[in-house]
Design a protein around this ligand. Sequence first.
Ligand SMILES: C=C(O[C@@H]1C=C(C(=O)O)C=C[C@H]1O)C(=O)O
Length: 286
Amino acid sequence: MKQHDPIRIGRIQYTNAWPIFYHLQQETSGERIELISKVPSELNHSLSEGLLDVSAISSFAYGLNDERYVLLPDLSVSSNGKVGSIFLFMKKSLNEVRNGSIAFTTASATSVNLLRIIMEKFLGGKPRYITAAPDLESMLKEADAALLIGDDAIRAAWSEHPYEVMDLGQAWKEHTGLGMTFAVWAVRRAYAEDRPETVRAIYEAFQRSKQRSMADLGPVTKEACLRIGGTENFWNRYFSGLNYDFGQSQWNGLQLYFEYAKELGLIQRTIPLRIWSNNTVVQVNS
Ligand SMILES: C=C(O[C@@H]1C=C(C(=O)O)C=C[C@H]1O)C(=O)O
């Protein structure tokens, strides 16, 4: 790799991560960056293929590649209860869906596995799963319920529909008492070892961007209204309901999620959380 290649950063193509990305370009000083926007499942793939250096990815995808990644602290898309954009739309009762059929969006990795934990471990069900492009009506032609995430979920919830809706952040909270982390900021370990100063500069720029957004959500909510629709009040509540930190309280929820995922055979090992801290890697346990 040439020393001066721009750092390739993966950006979630949904509104949920805007507060962290919104001021990023302005907050970088001198670092050349290339921002690549995709849905989470594509970012997961690109980072694992080495096509990105740093990316917001599905927290589940960290569990599939933890030895090759290191996580940036205090950056995540999390919720402590309702998330507001990860919904299961059900055309039958939950009791029927539990042993019926569910269509998963192709865009997700964390939420599909979270839904499996909810259905199989918490509710004792055994549904059949299919994966489909994120379109509510066509998904519900094929299955009893449909899982959507991000702006697809928000838009579907706005449409006039007759379906029961489960918020997965809320269901997780009800069953565990904990919050849930859906996206984490991962750096390829090899990249962090080669370019520690670049990682530090980008990390600090992400933090400044997030702090600016949280101090004044106005510009972010206004742009969300223009680009996606809805009211400023809606977006203010949405962004304020999400949590963008990644510290002990988020680690606890995520470690329990990985433990349950392992119980169900969705991942094969215990997953340690390796956190980048001042150019060293610290392993944390709850
Ligand atoms: C809050 C959300 O979290 C997301 C859900 C993800 C997943 O299910 O894999 C990945 C990243 C986040 O974008 C959302 O999409 O609305």
